[in-house]
Design a protein around this ligand. Structure first.
Ligand code: ZN
Length: 330
């Protein structure tokens, strides 16, 4: 049995999914961006052209597919994704889901919750976006996004995890997560499992926010995919540290459970950084070709094989979306 993958330009077979980065963003907007009326951000044609250039940069290094796991409440624009995907022939998978409590669109859903709204109501939204499409766009989500903050999972976020599980069970769609500070990924795994989601249907995101090998191995041993998906963001961990942590997992034979990306953001609703000069060193490497240009050589230097790198970039995303069981460690 093999599931189809729902891309923003239509369904494909997992066998046709190419070299895949699991977490990049065409466009995001922090809730409240629309209040900054004097700094609206780039217009539509400029946004499209920036995204088309970024995709060209990815194709130049051999990347042919990505997940943009932008949740519904972070300025998600699936028509932009579909437009860019059809202009470039690039495979883009978009998400349905809601962001963590402190930085997402929680006020609306907490208002609903205060008068009886439930995880079921949110699951109904996710299921609709996965099966019928998102609003009137005709674009269908191909994955469910969940997010937690730190240091603990809030009641609101527990409701979102439950909603994601209900939608995953109903539709067979897989789940990708956001974690803060490299913690709680194992708890996300436990909560989603408790609600009936098989662990190999989850990517535990931003796990490279931690250098704790035991934490990484708990996620691996729990049977989920682990994402090292913030290469280039030195603010949280250096790439040297990420590579060292990843090499330890490869030595344990865990290559078949690791996926990679940058969490790069190409366009912002409103304006991103008030001081772009200060951000220049980050922006230099925080782009979606960084893994191929600079990180693969670091991994190879540390002993990673071409086969392990292909496994992380091609085989794992295919197997994850197909829903096929994990191979044994080693
Ligand atoms: Zn992200």
């Amino acid at each position: 049995m093999s599931n189809r993958i729902q891309t923003v330009t239509g369904p494909i077979s997992p066998d046709d999914l190419g070299t895949t980065l699991v977490h990049e963003h065409l466009l995001i907007g922090w809730p409240g961006w629309e209040s900054d009326t004097i700094r609206p951000g780039p217009g539509r044609s400029e946004t499209v052209s920036i995204c088309v250039d970024r995709v060209a940069e990815m194709k130049d290094v051999g990347v042919t597919a990505m997940i943009d796991p932008c949740p519904n409440d972070l300025g998600r624009d699936v028509e932009l994704m579909a437009d860019v995907a059809s202009k470039t022939g690039f495979q883009i998978i978009c998400a349905t889901g809601l962001y963590k409590e402190d930085l997402g669109g929680a006020p609306y859903w907490k208002f609903r919750q205060s008068s009886g709204g439930t995880a079921n109501e949110i699951a109904e939204l996710y299921i609709r976006e996965l099966t019928d499409g998102i609003g009137s766009t005709g674009v269908k989500a191909g994955i469910i996004k969940v997010a937690t903050g730190a240091p603990k999972i809030t009641d609101y976020e527990l409701m979102l995890l439950e909603a994601a599980a209900i939608a995953a069970k109903e539709t067979g769609a897989p789940i990708i997560t956001h974690t803060d500070e490299g913690v709680l990924g194992d708890e996300q795994q436990a909560v989603l499992s408790k609600h009936g989601v098989p662990p190999h249907r989850m990517i535990i995101g931003h796990s490279c926010g931690s250098s704790d090998h035991d934490y990484h191995m708990r996620i691996i041993d729990g049977g989920s995919y682990i994402a090292f998906d913030r290469f280039g963001i030195a603010l949280f961990q250096s790439d040297e540290q990420r590579v060292a942590s990843l090499l330890k997992l490869l030595k344990k034979g865990a290559a078949s459970q690791v996926v990679v990306s940058h969490d790069s953001v190409w366009c912002w609703r409103g304006q991103p950084f008030p001081n772009p000069e200060a951000m220049a060193p980050l922006l230099e490497v925080w782009n979606p070709s960084h893994f191929h240009k600079r990180v693969i050589p670091m991994l190879e230097e540390g002993g990673a094989t071409a086969e392990q790198i292909r496994t992380m970039l091609v085989d794992n995303p295919r197997r994850f979306f197909a829903g096929d069981p994990l191979p044994a460690l080693g």
